[in-house]
Structures are given as structure tokens and as C-alpha cells.
Design a protein around this ligand. Structure first.
Ligand SMILES: Cc1ncc(COP(=O)(O)O)c(C=O)c1O
Length: 413
């Protein structure tokens, strides 16, 4: 629809200055171009989002049934932290993971982990405060730190070491302004599952430098080939920590927007930050109530994810298949992910001389109608990576990798 003419010569309506520095490129120009192509009638194969349900990886029926059953009693606002039964379920979940201190009053529910990331950072940061964020990262973390007036300082994860965080580099990035460390484990986009030694090293740095830890563990139950996820809060009960998880991935319910945070390691006199967090929770009144009713059933019930990640299970086989196919493309290699839903593949700069990886992804989109994500969108320095989501069935992944292979065989920048 054409926009109405403005009646007077007013200044254009401008976005807030502080948004200018906020980057969230994985949903930026590339996605806009994909939508334009779709509007023009093209069918785009989208392997750019960690959204399981559209690929037939549906939310388990008992979870959906419980939400429907509770719909009539979910019409009012709930406690700002979330309904009690769901908070009990989350607390018990952490207790089974060895975080014995977590009680229902230490749990807050949110409209997905995304909302809680912004809330948890907003409660902490003053202008110029620094937060250590992994590179590569799930870019909401970097974007949200900037949005809250802070500065995201990236620590290197070492591809040659299976993308484990580089502890020396991490320590070298700590300054007098550093307030917190973000740990994403299992990691998006790399699929790394951190070793106990590396995690303990990170937690020890937090302990010695008095830093708050944000542990984003949304993929904690999506691990392959016997990889073990260590819950950070269980390894460091004395370190102030905000652990996060949710229903979007393990329970394939991304559209429900249901997540949680659990508070551990704070002492009785250490309440100021937590009061800020409660203030922000109160200001948004409460998270979506029907989706909170899904949490108890999800955490307490049969864990259908286990059938998907074991050998023969859909996620296991798709990961295996996609990894084998993509690493067979000349000049492409990829650390095999031990967790999560992504391949973070490297284009050998000797073979593929790429200086603008966002351009590469747009060219791939236009030439092959395939949508992937560019590596620099995940806050790495070099334009030599791309991310492929392996949620699609094997025949679709075959098609996607064949398109990528054809594209790369002639592509030059
Ligand atoms: C590491 C990580 N954290 C958080 C989120 C956001 O999850 P939610 O759907 O709960 O907002 C994602 C989504 O992809 C993610 O990969």
C-alpha cells in the first residue's frame, strides 16, 4: 500500500542513536533480500534458522496437550517471575544437574531466552561496561550488550582446538571495566561442547576477577557421539551466575517463546543486581502464561530428544550426512559439531578468495536460491566461514549442499 503523503515538512522519524551500533546481521540485509526474492515468486531453501518445527521436528504432543488443557486458566497475568509449578520444575532440573542451591525463588521465566538475555544485561550494565562474549557468538549476545550501553569484548574460540575457548586470550581481554563473561555451551554457531577443563578455567577466571557469568545452555540436551555437557553452575557453585535454557530447541517449541533463567552463587548480602532483575521482570508484568504451562511437562516427561540425537536418530543422521557432504566440497572444511544444530564451515582462503562473506551469501541466494548465514554475522574477524542449519531431512540437505558446491565451483570475488 502506498504511504500517505506527510502533510508538513517534518524531519523524518529517526531511530534511536543507540541502535546505530547494534548489529544483528543474520537477520539483516541477507534476510531482506531473501524476502524480496520470495515476493518475486522464487522458492528459497532456507537453512539459516535454528527453528525445528517447520522441518517436521514437532513439539512433543504431551507438551502441546498440556498447554491446551491449561489455556482457560492462563488468561490472567501470572507472578512476574512465572507460575510456581514451572519454576519448581526448572529448579528441580538444575538440582538434577548438580546445582543443588537453586530453589523456585531463584528461577525467572521469560518469553524465550532472548528476552531474558536482554533483561539480564539491562539489569547489569552501565555505559562503557564491558562483557566478554565468545567469537564466534550467537549474535544476540553482542547486540544486546551494545543495546544496553555496554561494550562486547570478544574472546577467541580456537577452531584448531575444536572451537574451545582460548583461556589465555580470554584472560588478556579482562580490564577494570569488565563485568561479566558469556559462556554459550553447547555453542551456536560452532557446535562445540566445552571440556570440563576449559569450563573450569573460564569459571576460575570469573572467580578471580569477580565477574558475573551468563551461561547460555539452551542446547544442553542436544549433544552427539557421547559428548558430555557440563552445567557451568554445578562446577562453580560459589561464582555468581545466571544460567539460561528454554523450550525452543530441545522441545522444538520455538514459537511458544518459553525460557528460563536460574540464579546461583549469589551470597545473602549480594542482592543489588538481583533486585534490578526483579524490577525489570515486574515491568514486563509476566511472560506469556500459556507457554509457561508447557515447562513442567517438558522437563519432567519423556525426553524424546534422546531418540533424535542417538545414532539412527534424525538429528544425528542429518548432522553426520551434512557434515560428510559439506566437507567433500573442494576447499571446504568443518569442525564436526558435538552439539546443537549447526555446521560452521570454513572456506579455505587459498581456494576461495572471499573478502566479503555477506556478499557471498547474497550471491549464493540469488544464484542458487539457497539461504545460509555468513560467518562475520557471528562476530568473527575473517570472511571465511558460513553456517548451515542441519534441521532439514537428508534429501533436502543433499540438495542444499549440491547447490553450494555448484556455486563455489565457479564463484569469484
Ligand atoms: C545460543 C542461543 N541462545 C538463545 C537463543 C534464543 O532462544 P529463544 O528461542 O529461547 O529466545 C538461541 C536461538 O537460536 C541460541 O542459539
Amino acid at each position: 500500500m502506498p504511504r500517505p503523503e506527510r502533510m508538513c515538512q517534518a524531519d523524518p522519524v529517526k531511530q534511536a542513536q543507540r541502535l546505530k551500533a547494534v548489529r544483528y546481521d543474520i537477520r539483516g540485509p541477507v534476510l531482506r533480500r531473501a524476502l524480496e526474492l520470495e515476493d518475486a515468486g522464487h522458492q528459497i531453501l532456507k537453512l539459516n534458522l535454528g527453528n525445528p518445527a517447520p522441518w517436521g521436528l514437532a513439539t512433543p504432543e504431551p507438551i502441546v496437550a498440556d498447554m491446551i488443557y491449561n489455556l482457560r486458566s492462563a488468561q490472567g497475568y501470572s507472578d512476574a517471575r512465572g507460575i510456581y509449578s514451572a519454576r519448581v520444575a526448572v529448579a528441580q532440573y538444575y538440582q538434577t544437574q548438580g546445582v543443588t542451591s537453586v530453589q523456585p525463588e531463584d528461577v525467572m521465566l521469560g518469553n524465550g531466552v532472548s528476552e531474558l538475555i536482554v533483561m539480564a544485561l539491562q539489569a547489569l550494565l552501565d555505559t562503557g561496561d564491558e562483557v566478554l562474549v565468545p567469537s564466534p557468538d550467537y549474535p544476540l549476545w553482542t547486540g544486546a550488550v551494545t543495546l544496553c550501553g555496554g561494550r562486547a569484548v570478544h574472546y577467541r574460540c580456537d577452531e584448531d582446538a575444536g572451537w574451545q575457548p582460548d583461556l589465555d586470550h580470554l584472560e588478556s581481554r579482562i580490564t577494570a571495566d569488565t563485568r561479566a563473561i558469556v559462556i554459550i555451551n553447547p555453542n551456536n554457531p560452532t557446535g562445540a561442547v566445552y571440556s570440563r577443563e576449559v569450563l573450569e578455567g573460564m569459571l576460575d577466571l570469573a572467580r578471580r576477577h569477580g565477574l558475573l557469568v551468563f551461561a547460555d545452555e539452551i542446547y544442553d540436551r542436544i549433544v552427539y557421539d557421547g559428548a558430555v555437557h557440563h552445567t557451568a553452575a554445578a562446577l562453580a557453585p560459589d561464582v555468581p551466575m545466571i544460567s539460561m535454557g528454554g523450550l525452543s530447541k530441545t522441545y522444538r517449541a520455538a514459537g511458544f517463546r518459553s525460557g528460563w533463567l536460574a540464579i546461583s552463587g549469589f551470597t545473602g548480602r549480594d542482592t543489588d543486581y538481583l533486585e534490578g532483575l526483579q524490577l525489570l521482570a515486574n515491568m514486563r508484568l509476566c511472560p506469556n502464561v500459556p507457554a509457561q504451562h508447557a515447562i513442567q511437562t517438558a522437563l519432567g516427561g519423556y525426553q524424546s530428544i534422546n531418540a533424535l540425537i542417538r545414532p539412527g536418530g534424525r538429528l544425528h543422521e542429518q548432522r553426520e550426512h551434512a557434515w560428510r557432504q559439506i566437507t567433500a566440497i573442494p576447499g571446504v572444511d568443518c569442525v564436526k559439531p558435538e552439539g546443537a544444530l549447526y555446521l560452521f564451515a570454513r572456506l579455505d582462503p587459498e581456494v576461495h578468495k572471499i573478502h566479503d562473506d555477506e556478499r557471498l551469501i547474497i550471491d549464493l541466494l540469488e544464484q542458487q536460491n539457497l539461504l545460509l548465514s555468513h560467518g562475520t554475522g557471528f562476530n568473527i574477524d575473517t570472511p571465511d566461514h558460513l553456517r548451515l542449519v542441519f534441521l532439514a531431512p537428508v534429501d533436502v540437505l543433499d540438495d542444499a549442499v549440491a547447490r553450494l558446491r555448484t556455486f563455489l565451483s565457479t564463484y569469484r570475488q
